[in-house]
Design a protein around this ligand. Structure first.
Ligand code: 0O2
Length: 210
């Protein structure tokens, strides 16, 4: 195996295990016919090129990567409602198989760009044949509407390298406000939606498995 593959292998393991565990939370709620605070989960290991670029930008030497780059393993949890985000945070904090070491609430404190999400850094003890290794992972928790905005902004950022033309900048700002408004409206009609979902899941059986 190449040096990089070897370095990234434990991170791959963490992302796989975490995805199973987070999807397990969703399943437990659904099995009990309760509203699941998790809609879907994605995960990725930061590609080698992105690690190199970020380490250069931040001046992190290779031997300090494990400690100083805490998002090499990344999980993303999408929720229907803003309240679900805080429930997921509570559920993760209460777990015995991982430790939350940092929290950033970019929902209460929206970023200058308009970005909203709740970020957790966890320390996760992964079991390797050589013994236990503690690995940091970043968990981003957001609503579907926050995710829609962040995904589009991220791809535009890639295209414009952060230097957005004024018109796009303005539209992104408007879109961020619209996403915020959508979350607020959905929260207000949350109870009605939940009732409808209960009826739906009783009547139609299993939901899509993602
Ligand atoms: P990727 O993998 O391409 O998404 P710090 O410098 O320590 O204050 P840091 O380390 O950048 O902050 O962490 P932060 O801001 O808590 O979270 C970084 C990640 O959050 C980013 O990862 C994005 O995934 C997401 N993020 C933060 N701000 C924005 C934003 O304005 N727009 C979008 N679309 N996403 C954002 P990376 O490193 O960019 O990599």
């Amino acid at each position: 195996m190449e040096k990089w593959e070897l370095f990234l292998a434990p991170y791959e393991q963490v992302v796989s295990e975490m995805k199973i565990k987070l999807k397990g939370i969703r399943k437990q709620f659904r099995d009990n016919n309760q509203h699941a605070p998790i809609e879907f989960v994605t995960g990725r290991v930061k590609p080698m090129d992105s690690i190199k670029i970020k380490s250069k930008l931040r001046g992190i030497p290779m031997e300090r990567l494990e400690d100083e780059m805490q998002d090499i393993a990344g999980l993303r949890i999408m929720c229907q409602f803003v309240d679900d985000i805080y429930e997921v945070v509570r559920l993760i904090r209460a777990r015995k198989d991982m430790t939350v070491v940092q929290e950033r609430d970019y929902i209460t404190n929206q970023k200058e760009s308009g970005y909203r999400s709740y970020h957790l850094i966890i320390e996760y003890p992964v079991q390797l044949v050589t013994g236990e290794k503690k690995i940091y992972a970043e968990i981003q928790i957001r609503t579907l509407s926050m995710n829609f905005w962040a995904t589009i902004e991220h791809s535009l950022n890639y295209k414009y390298q952060g230097e957005f033309p004024q018109e796009i900048n303005d539209r992104l700002r408007n879109a961020s406000e619209a996403a915020h408004w959508l979350d607020e409206e959905m929260s207000k009609i949350r109870e009605e939606i939940q009732e409808a979902q209960q009826l739906f899941s009783h009547g139609r059986g299993k939901q899509h498995d993602r």
